[in-house]
Unconditional design. Structure first.
Length: 269
């Protein structure tokens, strides 16, 4: 219920016919989560076809908890709330949110009927839901079928595995008093393994969102187990708009209190 409520709030201004981003233009993270959604749709439909209702709901719940709440929703917050309203990054996330919300409600409906119908009526009140049928029980089941490129899936599976180690390092830094929230942190990836170094170079700009930190860097060092995630307090000052710590906070004369990225968004309004 909380997952659906959050996603409904995130697509309040989304109209698919106007704002939807084609799959091949979406951000990698969004393509990956839609790939995971297709797997959940196929698995859930199979359970329903065999009258395994408990397993069907378990598949939906696991996706909501492990893929969405514990990973994707958190990693998407920054671009949803701080980037330009019509930016590719925000509309790409909304495209994924919309597809996920519609599919999950339809999958839930046979068992969690009242919640699914209540959420469906809320969805119908948004720009994107105005063309849906009056009741969710008049709609067809989702078919899924989207498959992200294999290299995208493999990359994000590794990112999620690495993220667990990063989150552990952040928690240790929090308990040690180095940081309060994770946005006060800078993560430095240390490795002497060429494959891991290449992996971090290719994904480095995405780690602030993935780990909900202010900065991420790569350093060469001899470490065990392929890599080490070291946590430091982020440099600069806190931006009151995005809450990230940036060295360019206060650099824009028109918006002196915020970081350069937020100032650019405000200047475009």
């Amino acid at each position: 219920r909380n997952t659906i409520r959050y996603m409904l709030g995130a697509i309040w201004d989304f109209e698919p016919s106007v704002h939807a981003v084609p799959h091949d233009k979406m951000l990698d993270m969004d393509r990956y989560i839609l790939h995971r959604l297709s797997g959940v749709i196929a698995e859930t439909r199979d359970h329903y076809d065999s009258f395994r209702f408990r397993k069907a709901i378990r598949s939906i719940a696991d996706f909501c908890i492990l893929d969405l709440s514990s990973f994707y929703l958190d990693a998407s917050k920054d671009r949803l709330y701080t980037l330009g309203v019509n930016s590719l990054e925000r509309r790409s996330a909304q495209t994924a949110f919309f597809e996920i919300t519609v599919s999950l409600l339809k999958l839930m409906a046979p068992v969690v009927s009242f919640t699914a119908e209540e959420a469906w009526q809320t969805l119908r009140g948004t720009p994107g839901g105005k063309h849906f049928k009056q009741s969710i029980f008049l709609e067809e089941f989702p078919k899924g079928g989207y498959k992200a490129p294999q290299e995208t899936v493999a990359r994000w599976e590794e990112i999620r595995a690495v993220r667990e180690k990063v989150l552990k390092a952040l928690e240790e830094a929090r308990q040690g008093g180095l940081i309060g929230s994770s946005l006060e942190a800078k993560v430095v990836f240390k490795t002497s393994d060429e494959r891991m170094a290449r992996f971090f170079r290719e994904t480095l700009d995405q780690w602030p969102a993935i780990a909900i930190v202010s900065a991420a860097e790569l350093a060469e060092a001899d470490v065990k187990d392929g890599f080490e995630a070291a946590v430091f307090h982020a440099d600069g000052a806190k931006c009151p708009r995005c809450w990230q710590w940036k060295t360019d906070t206060g650099s824009d004369p028109k918006h002196p209190g915020v970081c350069a990225r937020c100032a650019a968004v405000l200047n475009a309004l």
